[in-house]
Design a protein around this ligand. Structure first.
Ligand code: GLA
Length: 437
């Protein structure tokens, strides 16, 4: 397979264009904790109230039965993510502040008598077979390599897996920078552990690391730990402050009903295995080595400025290091702003993060910059920035809930005028990390 080929779990909803705000429309009210449906009563939201997604699992169950001739024994899920702030800091031992979102990959699973995994997806034509007693290698279809890597990692970790049929279903838009790959890895892990009766056998952070390794080795994508960690450890109504040096975490409330987080998908596809991401990692590592530091987490702004002046760091290393040092500080400042409900300050930090990613880290693109600049002057917008690895993908806008609909429309219209095509925008919120359905 081509290293890092994105899996084709595109879906339902990813092709939708324009805003999903439905003034006077209908939505399901979800309970705050762990995304459980508290009431099945349909409510009419006040004007501008966002609709959040809840995947319909019935087609997954039906298709599983149709393909494999029996009902599934387990249903599991793992979400995609957006990162609020703290970009390209994870592989520099820094801090990140992501949320798990209401877009996920779900899987239906049933045990098989033999030692084979049959992996299929509602979003892909080809299915894969993996023999558990033979060395697990990459192969076709390419999307299943994320799953092969996870199976290999679990076996290496000593987990006794069993043969299983697995059917995936995704509503994480593909290539939108919302971590569909991490969701697929974590969902695979949940499915295989459930089939083996070993749910909970691997500690959450270890499971995230195992999935990260799968992505490195089986997809050729040298990602950090953020995406897998939030997919495993996300909580409804909370952002996760993760210290990527030691894996310690703090849950930060992110559930103010007056605010909403909008995700605007540029539809410019990016892949971590493309080379730009790895090049940034290498520049950071070489900057840290030249500063005689274990990682850029240990650098400060003065050190970077001095090293630039004396020529110890070259121009690109200086720019990359300046971003990382500034972004780590911004992430910690953003946590304080969030704790104090200071959205104006939080928004300034988002703009600061975007500018640094654009100018010093050079991972933005005209479409991402346009979304941020279109949003910035609008009433009710607190802040905006690109999210994820960059080179395309999505931007996020933190906005007052009551203005969110008009903001979405204005940004979508400005984007269409500039680029001649739609820019899907949807509202999201912090949802629970991976689990059983
Ligand atoms: C991608 C990677 C993450 C992280 C971000 C940038 O999403 O998978 O590990 O490095 O880019 O913050």
């Amino acid at each position: 397979m081509a290293a890092g080929t994105p899996h084709p779990l595109v879906l339902a909803g990813s092709g939708e264009s324009g805003s999903i705000f439905r003034p006077g429309g209908r939505f399901f009210r979800l309970a705050g904790r762990r995304g459980q449906l508290r009431s099945r009563r349909r409510l009419t939201p006040p004007r501008g109230r966002a609709s959040f997604r809840r995947m319909n699992i019935e087609p997954l169950k039906e298709q599983f039965a149709a393909r494999f001739g029996r009902p599934p024994q387990h249903l599991v899920r793992a979400p995609g993510r957006v990162n609020l702030v703290g970009e390209h800091t994870d592989y520099n031992d820094g801090f990140v502040l992501p949320i798990a979102i209401d877009r996920q990959i779900a899987a239906a699973v049933a045990i098989r008598e033999d030692r084979t995994l049959r992996l299929a997806s509602m979003e892909a034509d080809e299915q894969a077979a993996v023999a558990l007693d033979e060395p697990i290698e990459t192969g076709s279809p390419a999307w299943a390599n994320y799953c092969r890597g996870v199976a290999a990692g679990l076996l290496d970790a000593g987990v006794e897996l069993v043969g299983a049929d697995v059917l995936f279903h995704s509503d994480v838009p593909l290539g939108a920078g919302l971590s569909s790959s991490a969701a697929l890895e974590v969902c695979t892990a949940m499915a295989l552990l459930a089939a083996a009766g070993k749910t909970g056998a691997v500690a959450p952070y270890d499971l995230a690391r195992l999935c990260q390794t799968a992505e490195h080795v089986y997809a050729g994508a040298p990602c950090g730990i953020m995406d897998q960690a939030i997919s495993v450890m996300g909580r409804a109504g909370r952002a996760l402050l993760l210290d990527c040096r030691d894996g310690s975490t703090e849950l930060i409330p992110f559930d103010d009903p007056r605010m909403v987080l909008l995700v605007a998908d540029t539809q410019v596809k990016h892949a971590i295995a493309d080379g730009g991401y790895a090049a940034r990692r290498t520049q950071c590592e070489s900057a840290a080595a030249k500063l005689h530091l274990p990682s850029l987490r240990d650098a400060d702004a003065g050190m970077v400025a001095d090293a630039a002046e004396t020529g110890k760091l070259d121009e690109k290393e200086t720019m990359r290091a300046r971003h990382v040092v500034g972004e780590i500080a911004r992430t910690l400042a953003a946590v304080e702003a969030l704790k104090g409900g200071d959205y104006r300050r939080f928004g300034e930090l988002m703009y600061g993060s975007h500018a640094s990613l654009r100018d010093d880290y050079e991972v933005s693109c005209p479409e991402l910059d346009a979304i941020v600049e279109l949003a910035r002057p609008l009433g009710g917008v607190c802040g905006a920035r690109m999210t994820g690895g960059g080179f395309g993908g999505s931007a996020i806008i933190l906005a007052q809930a009551e203005r969110a609909e008009e903001i979405s429309q204005a940004v979508a219209a400005g984007f269409a005028e500039r680029f001649g095509r739609a820019c899907p925008i949807f509202a999201t919120r912090a949802e629970a990390g991976a689990g059983m359905l």
